[in-house]
Ligand binder design. Structure first.
Ligand code: ARG
Length: 399
């Protein structure tokens, strides 16, 4: 009895994998696993229904808690790669770990997934599968199938082909972001039609009244919205709704995949944009100039490890230790103004604020300004010396 566990979304590709794993790879039993990381409930329900129908056994596993915890760390790290908020990238290892749990429980001989050989997801999944010593099967990558072939094959095996009206896009959606790629978007000169966007209103059609939202953070993590305490999942979902109404968090960009291929990507992520804007603003109030400067490098490395699916690298732990240390003081609140696609911090407070109005204000004498004179005499000294040296050099050369 040869068993395989398949990471399953319910779409055409992964569903076609079920009979393929039997016919082409000789497995006797295919077990599908769908992991809930906050994708639309309808999508999970459909996957469950199709898994039950076409595979020998199906599991739906809830990983919302794990994903929200990972997102909290991402917020602390202001995580973004080339302007992409990393929703898919951060979710993949979590999904993979859940699939591994089932594969172990079921004593499976292999794990299969539906990723192609061109993207990043194969790397993110397989790093985890190999870590646990599993044989990996990637039919999409190995068999080079066309869509027409898949549809034909599905029909032959009594698999219902989802007849969503000619949707040529590859869409990946979870609590943090929605990504749309493929189809006519592959032409970078093409301006996407409005219909590709589902989470966000066209900023031009967003409300004419701005809205102010108050976000409270504790140790870098958002804990309350407009003075109402909420768990992370609820808070992010609510901010996606509010921000989406105001047309916040649309990105249309060219991205460098790990393999080096460039791709055109369209993303929606209202909550991500709002939370990271607010979090950065609070950090500016409480972290020192040098912490802020150094943290930017840490953030860039952190995001790249997430994007590359290398969160098992020891560097990732080390970066997180630094990030967590800085976040001990990132407690307080920020008010942001949402208006026609933009998020602007307009007020902030923290008990750990390094901003001292009694020192900075135009209206106090707490600092004796004369002390600055000596500082100012040395400030820029080398530049002034350089200026003198060069003008002397030029005038000597002219003679
Ligand atoms: N480009 C993004 C990433 O690499 C999103 C990928 C979305 N995946 C998908 N199968 N549509 O994380």
């Amino acid at each position: 009895m040869c068993k395989v566990v398949l990471s399953y979304s319910g779409g055409l590709d992964t569903t076609v994998c079920i009979p393929l794993l039997k016919e082409r790879y000789g497995f006797d039993e295919v077990i599908t696993v769908t992991v809930d990381i906050g994708q639309p409930e309808e999508e999970i329900r459909k996957a469950e229904e199709r898994g039950r129908k076409y595979a020998d056994k199906h599991y739906t596993v809830d990983a919302k808690k794990e994903y929200v915890n990972a997102l909290f760390q991402l917020i602390k790290a202001n995580g973004e790669y080339e302007g992409y908020v990393l929703g898919t990238a951060l979710a993949r290892p979590i999904i993979a770990e859940k699939v591994v749990e089932i594969a172990k429980k079921e004593n499976a001989d292999a794990i299969a997934h539906g990723c192609t050989g061109k993207g990043n997801d194969q790397l993110r999944f397989e790093n985890v599968f190999y870590q646990h010593g599993f044989r990996v099967i990637a039919p999409m990558r190995e068999l080079n199938l066309t869509r027409e072939w898949e549809i034909e094959y599905a029909k032959k095996h009594g698999i219902e082909v989802p007849v969503t009206k000619e949707k040529p896009y590859s869409i990946d959606e979870n609590l943090w972001s929605r990504s749309v790629e493929g189809g006519n978007l592959e032409d970078p000169t093409f301006i996407p039609q409005e219909e590709i966007w589902e989470w966000t209103t066209d900023p031009a059609k967003a409300p004419d009244e701005p809205e102010i939202v108050k976000i409270e953070f504790e140790r870098g993590v958002p804990v309350a919205l407009n003075d109402e305490r909420m768990d992370g999942f609820e808070l992010i979902r609510t901010l996606n709704e509010i921000g989406g109404r105001h047309g916040i968090g649309r990105t249309d960009m060219i991205e460098d995949r790990v393999l080096g291929l460039k791709s055109r990507e369209c993303y929606e992520h209202p909550a991500a944009t709002i939370l990271i804007t607010a979090h950065r603003d609070l950090e500016k109030l409480v972290l020192s100039r040098r912490e802020l400067k150094f943290k930017r490098f840490v953030e860039e490395e952190w995001a790249e490890l997430v994007y590359y699916g290398l969160t098992n690298d020891p560097l990732f732990d080390a970066l997180n230790a630094f990030i967590d240390k800085t976040q001990e003081r990132v407690t307080g609140w920020v008010k942001v103004k949402l208006f026609k696609g933009s998020v602007t911090p307009v007020a902030r407070y923290s008990e750990f604020s390094l901003y001292k109005p009694e020192l900075t204000s135009f209206d106090t004498t707490a600092i004796d300004q004369k002390y600055a004179e000596g500082f100012s005499r040395f400030h820029g000294l080398q530049g002034r010396i350089y200026g003198e040296v060069m003008s002397k050099f030029r005038s000597e050369k002219q003679q």
